[in-house]
Design a protein around this ligand. Structure first.
Ligand code: HEM
Length: 372
């Protein structure tokens, strides 16, 4: 909550997340997407077996975050397993944060009464993984990798008084644990909506095909959709925005204190210290704001569409906004088109789709049958 401290801690690593440098991550995302498709083909499509896609989306998101952070997949996709029960424990952490996190004194009480909890934090398996990767990075020659951890280490060299081992661990661990569940939620929303709305699915497929056809003859048509190509897929980009809007990853408001002097908001004066939060707004997004309808983003007048985007708080806003937003957009823009063009998918029963909301709004019931 200390703004000055937050700025001090984030400033040295802000540049690492800039879109201009993230483009270098495209090959890492592509290799994870290919690994995902291969697993789907071998484990499910060829054997005509049902795939619990809700879990595999999270396995993808975990592994791709591992790739961009430490140049290594954690191993979910390759083993097909919940490595070191990381998914299980992060799920527990979400429940804890969502319930106890709303009652800070109770959290304080549990921690004081149970100091062991501090060491057995539910995310500690992710922490063990990232700490091991840090040790390995320390041993390899500088400049060999361009992943986020290497960039954090360069930031440490430039800011030795600020960035100690604990902060380096925090940067790295927060990335892996903060970037996986959230991204998985948006991927699940997209897959669920595309597979249950044939008209939306057909438009996205049409756009993918047109993008591939537009490639010059000397370019490999098999290469996954690039970031540059994905940017031009205006309908799919509208689908992404709609997924972010329709099903924000956080199930609770991101509470903020009204600053000194109070604020005039939605026709009311809120005195300083009031806790506020925002989410869906029919006045802004239309009376059908509850529906998943990507067209709303394309139909809106440019000024209004800009406002809709600015007030979309799925990644938070202002200084505290998600630092990994660019990475998430890169992953989502590239992964779903790759999956759709490589495999035909069919949900077994859309009515099995469920959402469990504690800290994040996590979906289940995305059982899928492939045909290649
Ligand atoms: C669709 C996917 C994602 C969503 C919806 C999301 C959402 C959020 C939100 C709501 C916050 C808090 C913002 C606030 O307090 O106002 C946040 C913070 C953060 N996110 Fe994300 N995130 C996503 C993906 C990622 C990825 C891929 C990474 C890293 C690779 C990441 C790393 C972080 C970090 C490090 C913070 C803390 C930033 C700070 O304190 O300054 N996130 N994210």
């Amino acid at each position: 909550m200390d703004e000055a401290k937050h700025t001090r801690l984030t400033r040295p690593v802000q540049g690492a997340y800039a879109m201009s440098s993230l483009i270098e991550f495209e090959p890492l995302i592509d290799s994870t997407s290919r690994a995902f498709v291969t697993q789907m083909e071998q484990r499910f499509a060829k054997q005509n077996k049902i795939c619990p896609l809700d879990q595999w989306m999270q396995m993808y998101a975990f592994d791709v975050t591992g790739e961009v952070t430490v140049s290594k997949r954690i191993g979910f996709l390759d083993t097909g397993k919940d490595v070191d029960q990381m998914m299980h424990y992060t799920g527990q952490a979400l429940d804890y944060t969502g319930i106890i996190g709303q009652v800070p004194w109770l959290d304080w009480y549990f921690r004081i009464k149970n100091p062991i909890l501090c060491y057995l934090r539910p995310t500690s398996n992710v922490l063990s993984f990232t700490m091991k990767q840090i040790r390995e990075h320390e041993k390899s020659p500088k400049g060999q990798t361009r992943d986020l951890l290497s960039r954090f280490m360069l930031a440490r060299d430039k800011n030795p008084d600020l960035i100690d081992e604990v902060l380096l661990n925090d940067y790295t661990n927060l990335n892996v644990s903060g970037g996986s569940d959230t991204t998985a939620i948006i991927l699940r929303t997209l897959i669920y909506q595309l597979l249950t709305q044939p008209a939306v699915y057909a438009k996205v497929m049409g756009e993918i095909k047109a993008t591939l056809q537009a490639r010059p003859d000397n370019e490999d048509k098999k290469m996954p959709i690039s970031w540059a190509e994905g940017q031009k897929m205006t309908y799919y980009q509208a689908c992404i925005k709609e997924a972010l809007r329709n099903h924000p990853a956080t199930a609770q408001i991101l509470p903020r204190y009204v600053p000194e002097g109070g604020v005039q908001l939605c026709g009311r004066f809120l005195p300083q210290g009031t806790v506020v939060g925002f989410h869906r707004d029919k006045a802004l997004y239309g009376d059908d704001a509850d529906a998943f309808r990507p067209e709303r983003w394309l139909e809106a007048a440019p000024e209004h569409a800009k406002k809709m985007e600015t007030l979309l708080l799925t990644f938070g806003g202002g200084k505290r906004a998600c630092i990994g937003k660019n990475i998430a957009m890169l992953e989502i823009t590239k992964f779903v088109p790759e999956l759709l063009r490589r495999l035909d998918m069919k949900l077994i029963d859309p009515s099995h789709y469920r959402v469990k909301s504690t800290w994040l709004a996590v979906q289940s019931g995305l059982d899928n049958l492939y045909s290649t």
